[in-house]
Structure formats: structure tokens, C-alpha cells
Design a binder for this molecule. Structure first.
Ligand code: SF4
Ligand code: SF4
Length: 398
């Protein structure tokens, strides 16, 4: 069999905040004013066929879509996904599991496309229960289970769920034949804090009951500030804003510390930046380690595969990941990019030295400056006063 290889992991963010749910731990529907869904700045076929062509990327990619709200509500998403599947890429969609009509639309795609389509269903048990949507959620999961597409179920390790763990486990076993995977929740206002009132030992003991590789990797790589192993984010993987085409090496590198960002939709004939972050990641925590590290961004680390973080085997032997996705999710990007050691030799300090001016404030800027923290969110600012940095949020934005 001719094994298909994937050479990049691309995480597309969609800066919108519209959702049909209102989970207690989420900021999306807590805003006073709902902002309109931002339109694409470039045509769909130009993005999919020119900007993300196999030729430009150097091969097929694993492409993830995640919005600030419910991803499937983004109006152009279906056409983008269809085009990317037609080109041979794998597509992941993060969704809350309640968008029944949208899943029906995707399930009309050709079987071969569906074999490369994966849904990450977030599992917001209490909100589903409050809105009487537990049956809808279970039916949608079963729809995907009985199709050629793949899925996973991921629940946040929220203290709110602890009194309900027995009923959550029972519902999960009855409806998806396995327990959900569990993710560590961060405080969105203080990203260095895990959301729990429990001490680390108790927290781990409770959520270890779910036997989730997702939980293990998130907790194991939480404190990564002293880890100076070489990171290939920026070479193996990128994050891109779907609206304006701004590429950054990693999703948790904000513009005030990012060594580079580039609009890769502006000129589809231009090469995509291909310089890794290297040994000096400025982020305190590898917050999306379950993706970037699992795909192999740090080849020296012995991380679990992305397949092991997402899959579950049901009592009847069926698996959440079907064969094609399982094979794709077993990829380590250092195996499909065999020149990576030469790249490391070429850029021993990674990309940071190539963009020194962006990484350092001038003397005047150190005395006083106001900058955006994120390219896609002008409401998050960093104010520098006499060298001290203060992070603030303006208005009601996320
Ligand atoms: S489903 Fe996701 S985006 Fe929607 S309210 Fe819940 S956590 Fe927020
Ligand atoms: S170490 Fe983690 S946070 Fe830092 S660039 Fe690599 S993937 Fe991103």
C-alpha cells in the first residue's frame, strides 16, 4: 500500500465569537456586545488552491480549524474544508457536537474525503444537560461513528464536573462506548494558571480516572519554561489566522514576543517562512503541547502520538479513529521532514536572531509604549512603563 505522508501541521484560528452554547467557563457569550462574524479577506478558492496548495506546502498537511465560538458556524468553512479534502489534506474541525445540520452537510461529501475528516467534539456536559441537548449530542456522535469520518470527545477537567463524574461516565459508556478524553483548562485571563481549586495531587488523582493520554501530555508539559530543547514550530507547524492570512510559528506566541509573523495569503507565489523557533521558545508554557509536541515539534522528546491522544477503543472493537485518520495521526513530523537536522544546523538559534528589532523594545518604547498582544485581537494590549509590562483588556472583547 502506498502510504500517504503529511509534512505540516497547520492550526487555523477563526477570530469570531458566536456560539449556540453558553458554558460557565467560557468567555464567548459573556460579552456585552456580540461582534459580527468577520468576512474572509481573500476568496475561498484562492486560499485553498493557491495559498495552501500541496506544492507550496511541500506536501500534504494536517489542517485544524478552531474558532473563538462554534467553528462550524463560520459561513465559508464548509467550502474551505471541501476544497482542502479534494487536494488530499487531512482536516480537523473543533465543534461542540450540537451542529446537527452542519454534520449532515459534511456527511454528504464523498467517502474518500470523509476518510480524511476528523471532528474534535468538545464535551460540555453540564451545558448540554442544562439545554436538554444530551440526546442531540449523542446522536451526532453516533452519526460520525457510523460514517467513514473520525472523531474524538474531549472534556475540560473542570471542578464543576466533579459532583457529576459518575453520571458523566455512565452517559459516555452508553453513548460512545468509552470515557471522554480530558484536557487541562487554563484561566483565559491568567494563562499560567490551571483552572482548579484542588491541589495538584488531588486534581491529578480525580482526572487520572479517565485514563486519558490527552490529560497526561497536557500536565506533563505544563511547566516547559526551563526546557530548551529545539522546537520545530515554524517549520513543521504553524498557526494562521483564516481571515487575514497572518502566519505565526505557534499559537501561543503573541505579537509582542513573536519573532516573525507574515501574511501568507498576500502573495501565493512567495515561499512560506520555514525557520523553526529553535531552542529559545519565549512562551512560559507549551500550552498547546497536546498538538505541537505530539506531532513531533521537539524530536528529542519522547511524546505520545496524536492518535493516542485522540483515539478510544469501544467494547465491540470499533475505534473512534478510522484507519486513514489513525495512520495520519500516528505521524511524527520529524519522520516526514528528513532534512530537519540540517535545518537545525543552519539555524542553531532558531528564528529569533533573524528578527531582533521585533523582539526588543527601543529605549523610547521601554519608557512608554502601548502595543497589541495578538495580531487578531486589538483589545488585548501590553503597556510598557519604565521597562515594566502591564497586560490589559480594553472594551468587552476576548
Ligand atoms: S461550546 Fe465552546 S465556544 Fe461555545 S460556549 Fe461552550 S466553551 Fe464556549
Ligand atoms: S515549545 Fe511549545 S509553545 Fe514554544 S514554540 Fe514550541 S510548540 Fe510553541
Amino acid at each position: 500500500m502506498n502510504k500517504k505522508t503529511y509534512v505540516k501541521f497547520i492550526d487555523f484560528s477563526i477570530p469570531m465569537s458566536v456560539c449556540n452554547l453558553n458554558c460557565s467557563y467560557c468567555y464567548v457569550n459573556k460579552k456585552e456586545i456580540q461582534e459580527p462574524i468577520p468576512p474572509l479577506k481573500y476568496p475561498v478558492d484562492y486560499i485553498t488552491q493557491k495559498c495552501l496548495s500541496k506544492e507550496r506546502l511541500g506536501g500534504n498537511a494536517i489542517i485544524n480549524f478552531c474558532a473563538g465560538g462554534e467553528t462550524t458556524l463560520y459561513p465559508e468553512l464548509f467550502n474551505i474544508v471541501k476544497d482542502l479534502l479534494a487536494q488530499g489534506h487531512v482536516v480537523n474541525i473543533v465543534s461542540n457536537g450540537t451542529a446537527s445540520q452542519k454534520y449532515d452537510e459534511y456527511l454528504q461529501l464523498p467517502q474518500e474525503y470523509l476518510s480524511r475528516l476528523f471532528f474534535k467534539f468538545s464535551f460540555h456536559y453540564l451545558e448540554l444537560k442544562r439545554k436538554n441537548l444530551l440526546n442531540v449530542y449523542a446522536e451526532n456522535v453516533k452519526k460520525i461513528l457510523n460514517s467513514p469520518a473520525s472523531f474524538t470527545i474531549e472534556m475540560g477537567a473542570s471542578d464543576d464536573y466533579i459532583p457529576y463524574l459518575d453520571e458523566i461516565k455512565q452517559y459516555s459508556m452508553e453513548n460512545f462506548g468509552a470515557l471522554p478524553h480530558v484536557t487541562v483548562l487554563r484561566d483565559s485571563h491568567k494563562p499560567n494558571i490551571i483552572c482548579t481549586k484542588l491541589n495538584r495531587r488531588k486534581y491529578k488523582k480525580i482526572w487520572d480516572e479517565f485514563n486519558s493520554e490527552m490529560f497526561n501530555i497536557r500536565l506533563n508539559y505544563w511547566h516547559s519554561s526551563n526546557d530548551k530543547t529545539y522546537c520545530f514550530a515554524g517549520y513543521f507547524s504553524y498557526t494562521i489566522d483564516l481571515i487575514n492570512g497572518i502566519l505565526r510559528p505557534c499559537s501561543f506566541i503573541s505579537t509582542d514576543i513573536s519573532p516573525f509573523e507574515k501574511n501568507i495569503f498576500e502573495n501565493a507565489d512567495e515561499e512560506i517562512p520555514n525557520i523553526p523557533i529553535g531552542p529559545n521558545c519565549p512562551s512560559k508554557h507549551c500550552v498547546n503541547c497536546h498538538a505541537y509536541l505530539a506531532w513531533g515539534d521537539k524530536p528529542q522528546l519522547n511524546t505520545p502520538t496524536y492518535a493516542s491522544i485522540r483515539n478510544r477503543i469501544m467494547p465491540d472493537g470499533r475505534e473512534w479513529l478510522k484507519e486513514t485518520i489513525k495512520e495520519a495521526f500516528n505521524t511524527k513530523l520529524y519522520e516526514t521532514n528528513p532534512d530537519y537536522q540540517e535545518v537545525q544546523q543552519r539555524y542553531p538559534k532558531g528564528c529569533i536572531p533573524y528578527y531582533p528589532n521585533k523582539n526588543k523594545n527601543s529605549l523610547l518604547e521601554n519608557i512608554f509604549s502601548v502595543k497589541n498582544r495578538y495580531s487578531n485581537n486589538i483589545k488585548r494590549k501590553v503597556i510598557t512603563v519604565c521597562g515594566a509590562k502591564i497586560k490589559i483588556k480594553c472594551g468587552s472583547g476576548k
